[in-house]
Design a protein around this ligand. Structure first.
Ligand code: 9UX
Length: 71
């Protein structure tokens, strides 16, 4: 498993954070996801053989939030 974190723009409440977290967990290859609302970051653990960042990007976009940077 690998770990990555992303900055997410547009989350303004705890419910937003929950929504992003839930959606991220459903993305193929993602095994763990957690959102820190205070820092506006999404941290994930993923299986590198099936995970594609484009899928995560789409999932976040579809919710109306923006995944802006990648570390
Ligand atoms: Mo409530 Mo967070 O509509 O966008 S879920 S502020």
């Amino acid at each position: 498993m690998e770990n990555k974190s992303f900055a997410i723009e547009g989350m303004t409440c705890a419910s937003c954070a929950q929504t992003v977290e839930k959606a991220a967990k459903k993305v193929r290859g993602v095994t763990q996801a957690s959102v820190n609302l205070a820092t506006e970051k999404l941290s994930i653990e993923y299986d590198e053989s099936t995970f594609s960042v484009e899928n995560l990007q789409k999932a976040v976009d579809n919710l109306g939030y923006e995944m802006v940077t990648q570390e």
